[in-house]
Ligand binder design. Structure first.
Ligand code: FAD
Length: 291
C-alpha cells in the first residue's frame, strides 16, 4: 500500500530497521521484523540502505520484500541513496521494488563518505524527480531535519531546499531524530510559512546507551539537551539502566507529540524489538494507537 494513502486516512505508527550487516544473517533480520509486526502492528516498516560496496542494498530489497509478503503482509518503505548509485543502479532497484510489491521508496542523498560520490544524482530532490517521472506509481518519501541538516548554513536555507523536494513531487517527509520537541514544533511552523504541505512523519530514537547517543548525535548533528545528559548520568554505568532511561525519555517525547497532533510517529528501533514494543505500548496507553 502507498504510505501517502495511509497518511491521508490516519495518524500512523511505524518502525525502522536496518538490514543485516556484519555477522547478522538475513534470517535474523527477518525474524526481528516478524516479531515487530506481531507485537506492534506497524502501519509500515522502513528498511535502511547502505551503498558503497557493502552489499546491503540487496539486503534492503530482500528484507523489504519479505515484509511486504509474509506472514502478515505489511507495507514496507525501502530506503535508497543517490550517492554511490548510478542511474542504472536506480533503475534496477526500482524494477526490483515493483516486482517484489514494494510500493514505497525513501529517496535520500546519503552521507558524503570517501568512495560514496554523486554519480548521476547530486541531491535527494534529483532522485525524487527521477523516480516520479519513471515510476509514478511508487510513493516517494524524503528526509527533513527539524534542527537543520548538518551541512546547511541555516535552517532557512535548508527549508528552501526542502521546498525543492516538495516541488520534485515527494509524497511525505520523515524527520531526523531530535530530543527536544520544541525544535520540531518550531520547524513545523516554519514549514507552514514555507508552504510545505506534505505530511511530516516524526522520527524518534529511543537511545539505548551513552555510547550510542554520542555516536548518533555526532553523525546526524542532533543536539543532546542537558535533561538527557542528566538522565544518563543518573543511569551510571549500567547498560540496562541506560536503556531504560532512553526508552522512558522517548516515551515522554512520544506522548507529548501525540497530544500535540502529528501526521505519524516513526521509531528508530535499532533492530531491537523490545524498544519497538515499549514505545508502542506507551502509545496504546495514551490512545494514539489502538490494538
Ligand atoms: P538532501 O535533501 O540532498 O540534502 C542534503 C544537503 O544538501 C542539505 O544540507 C540540503 O539543504 C542541501 N541541498 C539539498 N538540495 C539542494 C540544492 N538543490 N542545492 C544546494 N543544496 C541542496 N542515510 C543512508 O545512507 N541510508 C539510509 O537508509 C538513511 N536513512 C535516513 C532516513 C531518514 C528519515 C533521515 C532523516 C536520514 C537518513 N539517512 C540515511 C541519512 C541521510 O542520507 C543524510 O542525512 C544525508 O546527509 C542527507 O540526505 P538527504 O536525503 O536529506 O539529502
Amino acid at each position: 500500500m502507498r504510505i501517502r494513502d495511509i497518511l491521508d486516512r490516519k495518524q500512523t505508527f511505524s518502525v525502522e530497521i536496518f538490514p543485516p550487516k556484519g555477522e547478522m544473517s538475513v534470517e535474523s533480520a527477518r525474524s526481528i521484523s516478524e516479531q515487530m509486526i506481531a507485537e506492534t502492528h506497524p502501519d509500515w516498516i522502513s528498511v535502511t540502505f547502505s551503498a558503497g560496496g557493502s552489499g546491503n542494498s540487496g539486503n534492503t530489497l530482500a528484507i523489504s520484500a519479505e515484509i511486504a509478503r509474509t506472514p502478515a503482509p505489511t507495507t514496507s518503505l525501502a530506503h535508497l541513496t543517490c550517492l554511490g548509485s548510478s542511474r542504472a543502479d536506480v533503475d534496477a532497484y526500482l524494477d526490483a521494488c515493483t516486482s517484489a510489491g514494494i510500493d514505497n521508496v525513501l529517496a535520500l542523498r546519503g552521507d558524503r563518505t570517501p568512495g560514496r560520490e554523486a554519480i548521476d544524482f547530486e541531491h535527494a530532490s534529483d532522485l525524487v524527480s527521477y523516480i516520479k517521472a519513471r515510476n509514478p506509481q511508487i510513493c516517494v518519501g524524503g528526509a527533513c531535519y527539524p534542527e537543520g541538516h548538518v551541512e546547511c548554513a541555516s535552517l532557512d536555507e535548508d527549508i528552501e531546499n526542502l521546498k525543492r523536494k516538495q516541488d520534485a513531487g515527494v509524497d511525505f517527509l520523515v524527520t531526523q531524530l531530535f530530543f527536544e520537541n520544541e525544535d520540531f514544533y518550531r520547524f513545523r511552523e516554519r514549514l507552514v510559512r514555507a508552504r510545505i504541505k506534505v505530511p511530516v512523519v516524526v522520527g524518534i530514537m529511543p537511545f539505548t546507551s551513552t555510547r550510542q547517543i554520542q555516536r548518533m548525535a555526532f553523525s546526524c548533528g542532533a543536539s543532546i539537551p542537558a535533561k538527557v545528559v542528566r538522565r544518563l548520568v543518573a543511569a551510571g554505568d549500567s547498560e540496562e539502566d541506560q536503556r531504560k532511561a532512553g526508552v522512558e525519555y522517548a516515551v515522554g517525547q512520544l506522548e507529548d507529540l501525540a497530544a500535540n497532533g502529528v501526521d505519524g510517529l516513526h521509531i528508530y528501533s535499532m533492530n531491537k524489538p523490545a524498544v519497538a514494543r515499549d514505545t508502542y505500548e506507551a502509545l496504546r496507553r495514551c490512545g494514539y494507537v489502538r490494538g
